[in-house]
Design a protein around this ligand. Sequence first.
Ligand SMILES: Nc1ncnc2c1ncn2[C@@H]1O[C@H](COP(=O)(O)OP(=O)(O)OP(=O)(O)O)[C@@H](O)[C@H]1O
Length: 259
Amino acid sequence: MKLQLRQVSVTIGGTPILHDVDLDVAPGDFVGLLGPNGSGKSTLLRTVYRSMRPSGGTVLLGGDDVWSLSARAAARRTAAVLQNSPTPAGLTVREVAALGRTPHKGMFDRETGEDHDIVADALERTGMLGHADRIYGSLSGGERQRVLLARALAQQPQLLVLDEPTNHLDIRARFELLELVHTLGVTTLAVLHDLDLAVRSCHRLVVLDGGRIVASGPVLEALTPDVLSAVFGVKAVTERHDDGVVRVTYGARPLAKAG
Ligand SMILES: Nc1ncnc2c1ncn2[C@@H]1O[C@H](COP(=O)(O)OP(=O)(O)OP(=O)(O)O)[C@@H](O)[C@H]1O
């Protein structure tokens, strides 16, 4: 399902945070949202998963304004994996993942065999099925992150919104998680701080700076040396290597301002 932002702006307490953002994610595309600290990435995501109403502009999912949908209808379409998501204390891993089924069920509906299978599949795909009966609060940060992704998968969303999903994960788990997201084929918009992971994993990139989109497109077109220098302050190049993998290579003295 395609996601379109049209002229989206956000102003908080009189301070403009996002300025007329236009952004497209095609069905099935995995788009990385990059930018320095404070550039507005999380705020942009909030307008998509309905946590912050834009001050202007529209957010369209499958052609429908997400802010005109009921919260429940929107939740059936969009799943978000966020930093520090509040999670009820005392639940098991399976119970947390099963929360992803909530938007698909009536208030008094019980879990069906199909729900059970969907949750088990989500836990299996995130490598957490073996921990299904553990208390969520007892997990490590990386394990929690996987369970939150399992909850999102159990939601069977048409749009996946991820805010720094690889935070807390060790290097192998980072690759595994992004590989998993890539293979899901679900339309995905993900804030990523690791530029090298982003260029390997994403189909396209969008770069925010000061609340404005300053570059977007296929990875090699979006993350040019000029953008890396002007936006991120580093000397680096993005190039496709002989093995076909796109990588970001940083200079020996990577700080652009260091001359
Ligand atoms: N509720 C709020 N009230 C006041 N300012 C806010 C609020 N939310 C965000 N901001 C400000 O808006 C700007 C963008 O914040 P945002 O969290 O979207 O940036 P970000 O690109 O996700 O940053 P980071 O990479 O550090 O997570 C920051 O200057 C932040 O302080």
